[in-house]
Write a protein that binds this ligand. Structure first.
Ligand code: F6R
Length: 244
C-alpha cells in the first residue's frame, strides 16, 4: 500500500485527479470507477478544469459508479446519478451513454443484474474510493459477511446519519443502496482511497496502523490489493498518529 500525506484536502484531491488523468492519458478508453460524496466531490473540479483547458479528453472514457440509493429515481436531486451529472459528466466531453450508475428505482433485482453485467463487461482501470465513518467502501457495510459482487446493502445507522446532511429530514435518507461488492472493488486494476476529517479517524486507524483484515472495517480489505494508493491530509495523519 502506498500512503501519501498531503498538506491539505485540496492537495489530496488535486493529486488524485492527476493520478486519474494519468490513467486516461495512458489509456484514452479507460474505464473509471467513480464515487460520490464530499470526498469525491473535491476531486471532480480538477478533472473538469483539465478537460475544459483542453488538457484531458473524456470522449472515449467510460465510467461506472460504486453505488446508488434504492428508492431514488435518476432525476432525484440526491440520487448519485444526479450527483455525477452535476459534478462531472455535464461539465466534460464525456458521452453520457458511456457512464453507468446503477438504477435505484423499478425492479431492483433486475437493476442489480444489469449492474453485475455492466461490471463484467470490462475491468476498471482506476477506482476512486472514499471511506465511511464505519469503514465502508462503496456501500459495503461492516458485518459478519462481506459480498463479492454487486448487491443490495442495508445501510448502517451511522451511514444514514452521515448522509442525512444532504436531505431535509433524516426520514428521507434511503436505508438501502445497490453497491459494487468488495470483490468488484478489489478487481479494479488500481485503487485510490482518499480520506479527510476526524470522523474518519477510527476507520483509517484500522487501515493504516495495523495489518488486520477486519470485516467490521471493510476498507481494511484494500490492504490485499497490489496497487492501492491511500491519500490523506496532514491533519488526519496527526489525528490518527500516522507517521510515514
Ligand atoms: C459513495 C460511496 C461511499 C462514500 C463514503 C464517504 O459513492 O461509495 O463509500 O465514499 O460514504 O463519503 P463522504 O466522502 O461524503 O464522507
Amino acid at each position: 500500500m502506498k500512503i501519501i500525506v498531503t498538506e491539505s484536502f485540496a492537495k489530496t484531491c488535486e493529486l488524485a485527479a492527476t493520478m486519474i488523468a494519468d490513467v486516461i492519458r495512458n489509456k484514452p478508453d479507460a474505464r473509471l470507477g467513480l464515487a460520490t460524496g464530499s470526498t469525491a466531490q473535491g476531486v471532480y473540479p480538477y478533472l473538469v478544469k483539465a478537460n475544459q483547458a483542453g488538457e484531458l479528453d473524456f470522449s472515449r472514457v467510460n465510467t461506472i459508479n460504486l453505488d446508488e440509493y434504492v428508492g431514488l429515481a435518476p432525476d432525484h436531486p440526491q440520487s448519485y446519478r444526479c450527483f455525477m451529472d452535476e459534478n462531472l459528466f455535464d461539465q466534460i466531453n464525456i458521452d453520457k451513454k458511456n457512464t453507468i450508475v446503477a438504477k435505484g428505482t423499478g425492479d431492483i433485482e433486475e437493476n442489480v443484474k444489469a449492474f453485475r453485467e455492466a461490471l463484467a463487461e470490462k475491468p476498471i482501470d482506476v477506482q476512486l474510493l472514499g471511506i465511511g465513518v464505519d469503514g465502508h467502501v462503496g456501500f459495503n457495510e461492516p458485518g459478519d459477511v462481506l459480498y463479492d459482487g454487486a448487491h443490495v446493502e442495508e445501510l448502517e445507522e451511522s451511514t444514514i446519519d452521515a448522509n442525512a446532511r444532504f436531505f431535509t429530514t433524516r426520514d428521507e435518507v434511503p436505508t438501502k443502496a445497490i453497491s459494487m461488492g468488495m470483490g468488484d472493488i478489489l478487481r479494479a486494476k488500481k485503487l485510490l482511497l482518499l480520506a479527510t476529517g476526524e470522523s474518519k479517524a477510527e476507520a483509517m486507524k484500522g487501515l493504516l496502523l495495523n495489518e488486520e483484515l477486519d470485516v467490521q472495517n471493510p476498507a481494511t480489505l484494500v490492504k490485499t490489493h497490489p496497487d492501492v494508493t491511500v491519500i490523506i491530509d496532514r491533519a488526519l495523519a496527526e489525528d490518527i498518529g500516522y507517521r510515514a
